[in-house]
Design a protein around this ligand. Structure first.
Ligand code: NAP
Length: 537
């Protein structure tokens, strides 16, 4: 017989860990299945060179434990991956979370059993478990995607996708690439972080770029003891501030309209934001840059000018300036001397539109004009965004319906938390959920607390099943798509639109672009009205 729980959670990342803690506090029996050998989700998997936050460290930690807030010291304003992984392990230790997490356990199948009113889970090794409620905490960027390039398995050197990069680097050399010829494919936020780190030590670094991304400076720096003491004294204020902002980052849009200020004032604002740390240039800018093509063109031109000013070779500079989308219509990679890397003798940009990759060979990468001999290839080629991690589990709901088939033309959910036909399933940070466009832990806390309240409501009222109505699902899906159309995000191909050229997802908006304050209010309203839009039986 299968092990039986009240709740099964898939994934022990930032959301799975908090969800486990919340439900266990209520005395529920909970099991978390996690593919990896440790906690941390994205911060467990992404061990690639240069991986770090783009949110301010102190705004990224959990807010729900004063003890954790007061005991943990962040050392940099944008913490590197090892520090964040240590932080999440610190939380796991403190709350003894590992006791209920089964590691090295990939959930392969989840099947709804209507008669038993439960989800039956099957792991990759064939073992099984069941629970009345299933909560996916699989993360929006978990299903990593290797490129479809001929010969990829033939390469005899070291290689990895960034989301499966070896913990201590190749041959235990950490981030030391001296004596090595390295190729990086992909120039999104991950590629940018990898490139600027590898460029420091590699003998030769070849960047294989299909299309560039708009980037802006991160301006990272250490956190002094005095700053950390101030942060600790002001956490409440910080979280309250984040709670008011569109994406729960510690950045609020400019109050004035871009169209009401003079050219000089606008340029001065852009300059100031470009010189400030973090996402201010994106989410602390004039709000219209994300919704109005004319406003977007102004910031786009400004960033192009900045980029040109940082790259010595004008032809290389032009190749680093995106031509197919405006600034901020994809999530903006924050960089540290990224553009200056291309002024170094050891770094060469290979523009794939000009010289496409023909194949990977045993010794390197063969482009249309020449072969690049390499010791290491790093694939920073992204993820099958948002739906990918759920689609890689064989999830079957009522009447044998597969979730993957239901979502073949794009997600349909209520609040990004549950699709019709999949009773007692909650998808934390799932498609069309407010938490997808977010400083994720801030929104995860909302998702987890809302889910917890629902399960408490079910228990207290002796209810067995919850599922959205079709009308409510239709209405939410329409609202999500309408909100997206009010922004410029759908104008760019990106994981926001489910696009990864190596994947198969239909191009459709995957996030919720109405802003987290609106999302939170809608969730609260649904709950206050007795979970309006859900059928509770
Ligand atoms: P991504 O934004 O999807 O970028 C993937 C890159 O790989 C793109 O440049 C893409 O080119 C390229 N690519 C894909 N297939 C290729 C192929 N077959 N040949 C050549 N190039 C190929 O993925 P990502 O960089 O991993 O970033 C995803 C998201 O993760 C970010 O938007 C961000 O939300 C998050 N992230 C955050 C941080 C942080 O600072 N906290 C760091 C890294 C990532 P095209 O775009 O031209 O298709």
């Amino acid at each position: 017989m299968s092990d039986q729980y009240d709740v099964i959670i898939i994934g022990a990342g930032v959301s799975g860990m908090y969800q486990l803690h919340k439900l266990r506090e209520l005395g529920m029996s909970v099991k978390v299945f996690e593919t990896g050998t440790g906690v941390g989700g994205t911060w467990y998997w992404n061990k690639y060179p240069g991986c770090r936050f783009d949110s301010e460290s102190e705004s990224y930690g959990y807010s729900w434990s004063d003890e954790v807030l007061q005991e943990w010291n962040w050392t940099e304003h944008y913490a590197p991956q090892p520090e964040t992984e240590r932080y999440l392990n610190f939380v796991a230790d403190k709350f003894n979370l590992r006791k209920d997490i089964q590691f090295e356990s990939r959930v392969a199948k989840a099947t709804w059993d209507e008669a038993a009113n439960q989800w039956d889970i099957e792991l990759e090794d064939g073992s099984t478990a069941s629970a009345q409620f299933l909560i996916s905490a699989t993360g929006p960027l978990n299903a990593h995607q290797l490129p479809r390039i001929d010969g990829i398995d033939s390469f005899k050197g070291d290689w990895a996708h960034t989301a499966r990069y070896p913990k201590n680097g190749f041959g235990g050399r950490g981030n030391d690439f001296s004596g090595k010829r390295v190729g990086v494919i992909g120039t999104g936020a991950t590629g940018v972080q990898v490139i600027q780190e590898v460029a420091k030590t590699a003998d030769e670094l070849y960047v294989f770029q299909m299309a560039p991304e708009w980037c802006a400076p991160l301006h990272n720096s250490p956190i002094t003891d005095k700053e950390m003491a101030d942060i600790k004294a002001n956490y409440k204020k910080l979280f309250a501030f984040c709670g008011e902002t569109f994406g729960q980052f510690a950045h609020q849009f400019e109050e004035s309209s871009i169209f009401d200020v003079s050219d000089e004032e606008r340029e001065a604002t852009f300059e100031r934001l470009y010189g400030e740390p973090g996402f201010g240039i994106w989410l602390g800018n004039y709000a219209e840059i994300l919704s109005d093509p004319k406003a977007n063109a102004m910031i786009t031109e400004f960033i192009a000018k900045k980029t040109r000013g940082r790259v010595n070779d004008p032809k290389v500079a032009e190749n680093l300036i995106p031509k197919n989308h405006g600034f901020g219509t994809r999530r903006v990679p924050l960089e540290t001397k990224y553009f200056e890397c291309y002024n170094q003798d050891n770094v060469k940009l290979v523009s794939l539109p000009e010289t496409p990759i023909e194949r990977i060979t045993p010794t390197g990468i063969k482009c249309s004009d020449q072969e690049y001999e390499l010791d290491i290839i790093i694939y920073a080629t992204g993820f099958e965004g948002v739906m990918g991690s759920l689609n890689r589990i064989d999830i079957t709901g009522k009447n044998g319906q597969k979730l993957k088939e239901k979502w073949v033309n794009g997600p349909r959910t209520l609040l990004g938390l549950q699709p019709v036909g999949f009773p007692n399933l909650l998808t934390l940070v799932g498609p069309h959920n407010g938490a997808t466009f977010c400083n994720i832990p801030r929104c995860i806390e909302q998702n987890v607390e809302w889910a917890t309240d629902l399960l408490v409501h079910m228990r207290d009222n002796n209810l067995k099943q919850f599922e959205p109505t079709l009308e409510a699902e239709d209405a939410w899906t329409e609202h999500v798509n309408e909100s997206a159309e009010m922004t410029l995000f759908p104008t760019a191909d990106s994981w926001f639109m489910g696009v990864n050229i190596n994947g198969n997802q239909k191009r459709t908006f995957m996030l919720y672009a109405g802003g987290m304050p609106t999302y939170r209010a809608k969730c609260d309203e649904v709950a206050a009205k007795g979970y309006e839009g859900f059928e509770l039986t």
